[in-house]
Design a protein. Sequence first.
Length: 635
Amino acid sequence: MSGKLKLFSLFVVLTILFCSAPLSANETKSGDIAEVAGVEVTGSRLADSIADVPSPTYVVTREEIERSGARDVQEALSSVPGVNTLVNAASMAQSKGVSIRGLNTEVLLLVDGIPFMNNNFGVGEQLGSPFDLRSISLTDVERIEVAKGASSAIYGSSAAGGVINVITRGGAEKSSGRVLVEGGNKDWLRGNVRGDLVLSNDLRVSISYTRTQEGDVKMRLADPATGLYDYGTDYKANDYSFRFAKGPWSFVGAVGDYKSKWDYTSTWGAPSTSQDSQKNKYHRFALNYADGKTTGRVYHNQNDKDVYDSSGVTYYTDKTLGATFNRKTEIGTLPFVFGLDWKRIEGDYANHDNPWGDADAYSTKREGWAPYMETSIPIGEAAFDIGLRYEYWNIDNGADAKEFLPRVSLNWANRNGLLYYVTAGRYFSMPSFYQMFGSIPFSLEKNPDLKPEKGWTYDIGLKDDGAKNPWNFGLFYIDMKDKINYSSDPLTWMGKYVNVDEYRGWGFEGKYKWNFHESWSYTQGLSYIHAEQKSGGGEWERADQPRLDLSGVLGFSKDPWKAELMMHYYGDRRISNTNYSDEDIFIVNAAVSWKVERTTLRLACTNIFDKEFFLNNSGYITPERRIVLSASYEF
């Protein structure tokens, strides 16, 4: 596609978006307070509520985040069944990610419905996360929605294991502000200042700034024989966010930087001769229009990461420019959503001062177009939902990719609100730029012909999110072809990323919240996955991950007190590296808060018994006991 045609196509999308706005805006009644930026329901563009989405769905509310005492988005997600947050959980020094249904590079992160992903990543426990949750300040989060199963028919690439949609704060009903100060052991400090200004019934402004610091924290037991650890030694972050909204329009942005240092210990037990470090910057901006029927967005995201370590200095840059437009309508009596997504992704990589020789730099991009539609066909008292998406990617210096992505669901809700569903969806996941074009002397050879991962997921279950005691339970199966892995020659150490693996997994998950008293509740989460993987036509082998995930949360709420006791158990684990124990993990956290008028005091403790467990084959460990005291004042 020529450059002029690309620009013309983008102009057409933007023209449709802006020209449709005045017509739709007239539908808003005078005097109504418009909801800021009207975010769609995660996992569906037809559903009115996430409770109506025919797949396992979960919501972590602002109240639950504050009651738990979570310090970051990764910790806040630990209460969701089947979301494994034990990925570099001990320290803020290195990237934070998650896995869902045994997958990590195939999980899609959205911020206010917009993809916020990196495109320079490898595979493995520490290298394979397509996003860094440190780039989202928890103080800006209103709620987190999680939809499990294939959502590629809705969102496109990477939505295989599930979708995480972080929805930021906004839409205050009156002018207000808040000051938060937080401190704890390991030199943990966090401060936040936030202001929300309501200038009229449909004009609002929000501004927030957060400063975070952390000191020496154990990350990894580098050498079990000597007992020497790797330490995260210094983390500092600044996060700024803003939101301007008038009626159905909003302009939302976030800008931040965070840097960290860590000390590695060599496998021979000698201290590292130099301190490693990271410098990260990010920004995301979006112009949104949403009136309940028409939704349009133009957005730009960028992530920059500089890494200083034994391989020299490595620079990563990810840029995304995108536009999306969709409209709800009816054809006859059938509800429809039609839409079009456009996205251009750029990736840069360079490495200098490598003692083994500098890596080959690359600067590349790919551009994707995707028309899509959703509809729901009534069948008696049931509904047959259909989602269709065609995605085409033009890739510089590589093979173009195109995928047809259906998702179908048969679901039925009885008079009491209990929803039964059977859902099947196809998904695919594009390889990263680093997997395709990364080239390192004596280590990595580029593979521009790398193909996308692809497969199907199947879910059957039932849920009642509106009951007095909300609950859900479901079974799932997932399979994947052309799974990407790193394959190397054991003699030369030379390798590359190839489509050699297959992946499959089955399991079940559920959640039950028992409100047994006006002040007391207990929430039980359950997830089990039997996952297997094979390489190059070999035998199926067990995947290295916990199979059983149990969480229990005892909650108390009676003014002026709120409290929570959370117990998390990861069982049936396997670590193939015999240097580290694969015993089951059991962690207990607690938090209590006291609020009088505008002042809130909170005390939270993570890993109360200070028990150390190994997370993976590299010797990374669970967080040490952390005690944090916070105070906030609202005005």
